[in-house]
Design a protein around this ligand. Structure first.
Ligand SMILES: [Zn+2]
Length: 329
């Protein structure tokens, strides 16, 4: 097939699904309890200085996890630039790790108190994930803002944004570096699949830089090169909605969930096409490469996704893998 034609179709294809997604949204708008806030607060994290030059984990009280801590530190030091490890160095020397009965979770990191809680069982399932949270967290005590990877929590009013992105990327890193060795079960599956595609657009280097500097604001600024801020916020808030609901295993099939999934996937395709188009304009790729990259990206979408115990369609009106003819309209 002629590649010029394909590229044009790719550009046409994206607005089409955006339109159909908007009309679905209107149908359910009245029932949609969860609306993206009009005035969204997102702060730039404070500039932080490295407090310690050496890591001292003598104070860690649970001896059985010392070996995992050392392995984690070694892995970060060997895989990431030192500049990315400021949160790790600042937090780890004063980190507390304690066991506690946790309802529904195997672990939890409390940013304000720099404390990891682990349930009495499944330590391996949680420890690396929680250590990634610790290594990407900054607590601005004066302003009462907790920055953790891509999440921001405002203590005053309990406003929270970016949890879905943050949990997805934390779990993605956990699996990338420790998943196979320790056979860790995958949590936050949809969030992981979503940030994996986002990372494919942004690049691993940039994505990890933003994560380890707890810089949600920087992530938004990066995406604003290609797409309007409102759409980025809507994407983040949609993923938060899914993240907040998926642990409710009794969840019945939910129209709002389907809308959120549609909007998230449409957003990812739209931004990918915009970035490809810019590369084409700048002469960085030719039309043939445009076509290959676009089609490769589409293969990353499964035809359906599972949230809680329910299956949902991956995109509105058609699925990409099983129905390729739709792409050639
Ligand atoms: Zn987590």
């Amino acid at each position: 097939m002629n590649s010029t034609k394909d590229r044009d179709l790719a550009l046409l294809f994206t607005p089409n699904i955006v339109l159909s997604s908007s009309s679905i949204l209107e149908d359910y708008q009245l029932n949609k309890k969860f609306n993206p806030p009009k005035d969204v607060t997102i702060s730039l994290p404070p500039e932080i200085k490295q407090k310690y030059n050496q890591i001292n984990i003598q104070n860690i009280t649970i001896k059985e996890i010392e070996i995992y801590l050392l392995e984690f530190i070694h892995l970060l030091e060997s895989n990431f630039s030192k500049d990315y490890l400021t949160c790790l160095y600042n937090n780890i020397n004063e980190l507390s790790i304690n066991k506690r009965h946790l309802f529904n979770y195997t672990g939890y990191y409390d940013v304000g108190n720099n404390e990891i809680f682990l349930s009495h069982k499944n330590i391996i399932d949680a420890i690396f994930h929680e250590l990634f949270h610790m290594s990407s967290s900054i607590y601005d005590k004066e302003k009462g803002i907790q920055y953790s990877g891509f999440e921001q929590f405002y203590e005053d009013d309990g406003y929270d944004i970016g949890e879905g992105l943050d949990e997805g990327y934390t779990e993605l890193l956990t699996h990338r570096y420790f998943g196979q060795k320790y056979d860790i079960g995958l949590s936050y599956q949809f969030e992981v699949a979503t940030v994996y595609k986002l990372e494919n657009i942004i690049g691993q280097e940039k994505m990890s830089e933003l994560y380890f500097h707890a810089n949600l604001s920087g992530l938004i600024a990066y995406l604003e090169q290609y797409i309007a801020r409102d759409e980025i916020i809507n994407f983040i808030v949609n993923l938060d909605f899914i993240c907040s609901k998926e642990s409710q295993l009794h969840l019945i099939k939910n129209k709002k969930m389907q809308i959120a999934i549609n909007e998230i996937n449409v957003f990812l395709i739209k931004i990918f096409v915009k970035k490809l188009n810019k590369k084409l304009e700048d002469g960085l790729i030719n039309k043939e490469k445009f076509d290959i990259e676009y089609r490769t990206f589409l293969t990353m979408f499964d035809s359906r996704v599972k949230i809680g115990n329910q299956f949902y369609k991956s995109l509105p009106e058609f699925n990409l893998k099983d129905n390729n003819d739709n792409l050639k309209r």
